[in-house]
Design a protein around this ligand. Structure first.
Ligand code: T4K
Length: 376
């Protein structure tokens, strides 16, 4: 009989740096009296992340949601934006907050990313962009999406909130589309407490993003765009510089936990992994570990497993339940009709994000598997 955990086990925990190193950096910030607006820490982090993410242009932003809003502004997006209903609230909200209409497209049953085959029928004369999400860090079908965008003259903004470090055949995920957004929220593999960034492959666009995040200011005497305040401050950037030092070690720890989940849960009937093990050519972001539970085969539903795990003090998450297309604020859009989104409506009742962070450790991961095995 497996006993409940003494302390709660959450879906994730933030990766925290050495406190001594962080304090050392704080002292340097104090001495400099420069605490925001493109300071030294900010500049250093931007340079280091550019290398780590293998992108040519990167602009740090104060969080991923504002970054998405800025990306939409930077590309002068108007009218309708095709996106996925299987994502965090921030994705469609950024679209709607910019006065645009999200158009929800169904998802691929394997990757749970937007189904590129279903994008074309949703394009109207009002469509100006596609905003796919690399869900749980799995790359979208970037080639097919780009082909559609080229054919219909659409912009592509990727929500790469989960895709820090994701690569396709060694190419950083931020090199695809016009702009890619990263989130550096506390719950992400790499964090700056709150934070984010935009990657793009064009210097002029990076300059425009830099101005948009700073009120549209070009210089002391010229304000050239309706900008916002999307600046990352020195404390966030200092956190990022210290967290970055620990990211590789964290990825290794997560890799081991992932192996345990694969090994222990792989043979259970009715449990599958999202994405499938070892996607060819893909370097994982190790952001989430997600299973899909087929109630008929496993014997009990996803919701049953979620509730049962709570009794053992394990707090999994049903990311991304409910679908964004089910929120009150989007329910009246024509694209939310259930018959248009059959895969998304099925999948959203089957997914479960298991605890996944380095400090979880092998023993706890094994114990979580034992609990799950005894439920089914
Ligand atoms: N696009 C996508 C696809 C996204 O997933 C997100 C964010 C965004 C855009 C927007 O990016 P940001 O504007 O956030 O940069 C969390 C995060 O707040 C959110 O950033 C993230 N996605 C989303 C998937 O997860 P919640 O509401 O689930 O967070 P919360 O507070 O319930 O935290 C989850 C668990 O993490 C807790 O149960 C315990 C643990 N935790 C959390 C925090 C904040 C800690 O141990 N310590 C902490 O400080 O949204």
């Amino acid at each position: 009989m497996v006993k409940p955990f003494e302390k709660p086990i959450y879906v994730t925990r933030p990766l925290l740096p050495s406190m001594d190193n962080f304090i050392y950096r704080m002292k340097r910030i104090w001495e400099s009296k420069w605490i925001t607006n493109n300071g030294g820490q900010h500049q250093k982090l931007e340079t280091e992340l550019k290398k780590y993410l293998k992108v040519d242009n990167l602009s740090l932003i104060n969080n991923g949601t504002i970054a998405l809003q800025i990306a939409l502004k930077a590309l002068d997006i108007e009218g309708e934006v095709i996106t996925t209903p299987f994502t965090f609230a921030a994705t469609p909200h950024a679209i709607a907050w910019n006065g645009l209409t999200p158009v929800f497209c169904d998802i691929d049953p394997e990757t749970l990313n937007i189904d590129a085959k279903k994008i074309e029928p949703l394009i109207t004369e009002k469509t100006s962009a596609i905003l796919p999400v690399h869900v749980f860090g799995t790359p979208c079908d970037v080639e097919k999406i780009q082909k559609i965008a080229d054919e219909y003259n659409l912009k592509v903004i990727y929500d790469g909130a989960h895709a820090f470090g994701t690569e396709i055949d060694g190419v950083g995920i931020g090199n695809y589309g016009d702009i890619t957004m990263y989130s550096f929220h506390a719950t992400k593999l790499f964090n700056t407490v709150e934070g984010g960034a935009l990657a793009c492959n064009n210097k002029e666009l990076k300059q425009k993003i830099d101005m948009l995040k700073n009120f549209g200011i070009k210089n002391e005497e010229e304000v050239v765009f309706i900008g916002t305040n999307g600046k990352m401050n020195e404390f966030q950037a200092a956190m990022g510089l210290e967290v970055l030092k620990k990211v590789e070690e964290e990825r290794e720890k997560r890799k081991k936990i992932q192996e345990i989940y694969y090994q222990e849960l792989g043979d259970l009937e009715g449990i599958s992994f999202i994405p499938k093990k070892d996607l060819e050519g893909v370097t994982s972001s190790y952001q989430y570990f997600v299973i899909r539970i087929n109630e008929k085969q496993f014997g009990v539903s996803r919701d049953f497993v979620y509730e049962k795990l709570k009794e053992y003090n394990v707090y999994t998450r049903k990311y991304f339940f409910p679908l964004c297309s089910d929120y009150n604020c989007y329910r009246n859009l024509p694209s939310v009709a259930k018959e248009n989104l059959p895969v998304a409506y099925k999948v959203v009742n089957e997914v479960l994000s298991l605890p996944f962070y380095g400090d979880l450790g092998a023993k706890n991961a094994e114990k979580i598997c034992d609990i799950i095995k005894n439920i089914g």
